[in-house]
Design a protein around this ligand. Structure first.
Ligand code: G3P
Length: 230
């Protein structure tokens, strides 16, 4: 099991179920991200496909997240994913309630509470400022505001819908200031990341801008460029 804590700013790359980031290719992408993170000191997390989680986590030091988890304990739950299983696979935490894998609020509540006992980091994905505030009330480590209509479009939330991000940041401050806010959807360039940081986030959650890029190294270096202290 990994035990290290996350530092901020954080760039978290979700591999989703893209072919470009499956299996051995997923490991290659994880290694590229790890190398750049080590060289620059910028925290780059990865969320590989569930079936690749243990395989990739055993070969990189980068913080590895699951893409999803269920609210069940180990036992008689065919097809479910437990917090214990992702921990034993080497993940330090998990995304939950992604717009492509929604989970009920009461289930998120159970997951957050159980994750605290297990020392796992939870990033709850949300779609609106109001849902972000509601999820922040459950005290996860992070929330990630991602308007679903911008996901995979290359149109960055931090530029196209800055008010969604700033309203989320404001509401989270009021509801539970301990919760850190990421934003995602369409984030592709360093400029998009810089805009996200200016809006009050501590980092970004993204997928296609890296996974679908012809040159992963160039894409990741471009993204983190504004985060490097000169
Ligand atoms: O989890 C990240 C995500 O949903 C955003 O996807 O492809 O717009 O970066 P993408």
């Amino acid at each position: 099991m990994q035990s290290r804590k996350i530092s901020f700013p954080l760039v978290l790359i979700n591999f989703k179920t893209y072919r470009e980031s499956s299996g051995k290719k997923g490991l290659e992408l994880a290694k590229v991200a790890e190398r750049i993170a080590k060289e620059t000191g910028i925290e780059i997390g990865i969320a590989p496909q569930l079936t690749d989680l243990a395989f990739i986590a055993s070969q990189v030091e980068a913080p590895v997240f699951s893409q999803h988890v269920d609210d069940v304990e180990p036992g008689s739950y065919t097809g479910h994913v437990t917090l214990e299983a992702i921990r034993d696979a080497g993940a330090i935490g998990t995304l939950v309630n992604h717009s492509e894998r929604r989970v009920r609020a009461d289930q998120v509540d159970t997951i957050v509470k159980r994750a605290k006992q297990l020392g796992l980091t939870i990033v709850v994905c949300t779609n609106t400022p109001e849902v972000t505030a509601a999820m922040a009330a459950l005290s996860p480590d992070m929330v990630a505001i991602e308007p679903p209509e911008l996901i995979g479009t290359g149109i960055p939330v931090s530029k196209a819908k800055p008010e969604v991000v700033t309203n989320s940041v404001e509401l989270v401050k009021r509801v539970n200031p301990n919760v850190k806010v990421l934003c995602g959807a369409g984030i592709t360039t360093g400029d998009d990341v810089a805009a996200a940081m200016r809006l009050g986030t501590v980092g970004v959650l993204l997928a296609s801008g890296v996974v679908k890029a012809k040159d992963w190294e160039k894409a990741i270096r471009g993204l983190i460029e504004p985060l490097i202290k000169k």
